[in-house]
Design a protein around this ligand. Structure first.
Ligand code: TRP
Length: 448
């Protein structure tokens, strides 16, 4: 598609909400609270905030600038940055990784939809007091039903993407993101009335300094930053390419990163007080949302309504993020292979559903597969994508942006020109991001 006919966001608000919609997802509400829980609470939060400011914001701005300047989807944008070098194929990693993340993300989204339906339709016996962890385990082990919900999620995502940037992504985000914020704030207010609110606050905000000695904490903070903002997978390059040159980018990058962090923190404020109110353990890993929270909702007065709202919230958050991941691959197929949007949406949506099937079956039919460390297939995909591909691709991107893009051009593309802020931004891309990310990665590889 030539740049004259390239699709565009209709309004600045549409762009912001679409980007926040991509950023705010399962990463904030399902992943962030359990990662905080596993890493000891407050100390992790502090490191996380630092990583967002020093690494997250500069990379996000870099991605927007690259996409908007090159007016093309993410792999082509990288290729146009370094047309004559071997690095021109590097952008492909992001496109592939976006597809990989979407494939297993849809499995978790499927669980979320199922739980939303459960609370909205309410089969009372399922929501009873006891055995929520067992219920969850039995559910994910079923052969067909989780696949059906996963398929529904992919079908919705495909339908939105087939409609295009403005009529699909932008319209969806403009409607759903305010609703999402409203739901989350409402739940947080409710959470403030619970007896465990004080302990939840303390857990989230009181740093335990001893935790800072653990190298895992830094890798976790890094992985969470990339995943939560949605960096290094081409999403923000692609979204930036639909943004007209007349609208400045730096403010948007800061606002989006902070909004994403705020959503995560508020999600923590919803979850931890509830968990502590019933004497449960916040460090139960990825099952926090599905095994622990239903136990909370069962004991809470009005818990069924709270549960319904919570899983509705999570469904919305998941959908807008899935949309952004599919768009990366669809934009690639449209530009590189000249596929029409409907065809690209349908083919890639279908293909990525198939790729996600093993992640779902890994909890049931294929649970016996011998994976290292007793991990599930979904865990393995998540680890590979989030703790390896994301940081590696982040370094690659920072090197491309910081070293191979002439500095004045990069600063101009980012609307920073030669201001001091521009130099800081460039310094971060050039030195801070590569050095910090590589150090953390090396540290974790060395230990294992
Ligand atoms: N940021 C989303 C979340 O928090 C997930 C997501 C969307 C993502 N796009 C991404 C993760 C790109 C990594 C890369 O759930």
């Amino acid at each position: 598609m030539s740049s004259e006919t390239r699709e565009q966001w209709q309004s600045r608000r549409g762009f912001l909400l679409a980007a926040v919609g991509s950023a705010v997802g399962l990463g904030d509400i399902w992943r962030f609270p359990y990662v905080v829980g596993e890493n000891g609470g407050g100390a992790f939060l502090l490191v996380y905030l630092l990583v967002v400011l020093v690494i997250g914001v500069p990379l996000l701005l870099g991605e927007f600038a690259l996409g908007r300047r090159m007016q093309s989807e993410s792999a082509t944008a990288v290729a146009r940055l370094v047309p004559a070098s071997r690095w021109r194929h590097a952008g492909l990693i992001g496109v592939i990784a976006a597809g990989l993340i979407l494939a297993y993300y849809a499995v978790i989204a499927g669980w979320v939809f199922k739980y939303a339906a459960l609370y909205l339709g309410a089969s009372p016996q399922l929501l009873a007091q006891e055995g929520h962890a067992a219920l969850f385990q039995a559910y994910v082990a079923r052969p067909l039903e989780p696949l059906a919900w996963q398929l529904l999620g992919m079908a919705l995502t495909t339908a939105v993407i087939a409609k295009g940037v403005e009529k699909g992504i932008e319209r969806l985000s403009v409607w759903l993101m305010p609703l999402l914020a409203l739901l989350l704030v409402g739940l947080a207010v409710h959470s403030a009335t619970l007896p465990g609110f004080g302990r939840g606050l303390a857990f989230l905000f009181q740093p335990d300094w001893a935790m800072l000695a653990r190298p895992d904490l830094y890798l976790a903070a890094l992985g969470q930053t990339f995943f939560s903002i949605g960096l290094a997978m081409g999403v923000m390059v692609t979204y930036g390419s639909y943004q007209p040159a007349t609208r400045p980018l730096p403010g948007a990058a800061v606002a989006i990163s902070l909004a994403d962090t705020l959503f995560g923190v508020i999600a923590g404020l919803v979850i931890f007080p509830a968990v502590f109110s019933f004497g449960l353990d916040p460090a139960q890993g990825s099952s926090l949302t599905f095994a622990v929270l239903p136990q909370v909702f069962a004991q809470l007065p009005g818990g069924r309504l709270v549960g319904a709202l919570f899983f509705l919230l999570l469904s919305i958050a998941a959908l807008t993020s899935m949309v952004s991941l599919l768009e990366v691959t669809v934009a690639y197929a449209m530009q590189r292979w000249r596929w029409s949007r409907p065809r690209a949406s349908l083919c890639l949506g279908g293909l990525l559903f198939l790729l996600g099937m093993p992640a779902s079956l890994g909890f049931g039919a294929w649970a016996g597969l011998p994976l290292p460390g007793g991990h599930t297939i979904l865990d393995a995909m998540d680890f590979f994508a989030v703790e390896l591909l994301l940081p590696l691709n982040g370094v690659l991107l920072a090197v491309l942006l910081g070293w191979l893009w002439p500095r004045h051009e990069a600063m101009e593309a980012a609307d920073l020109h030669a201001r001091r802020l521009g130099r800081l931004w460039h310094f971060s891309l050039r030195y801070l991001v590569p050095v910090l990310v590589l150090t953390v990665l090396a540290g974790s590889v060395y230990r294992t």
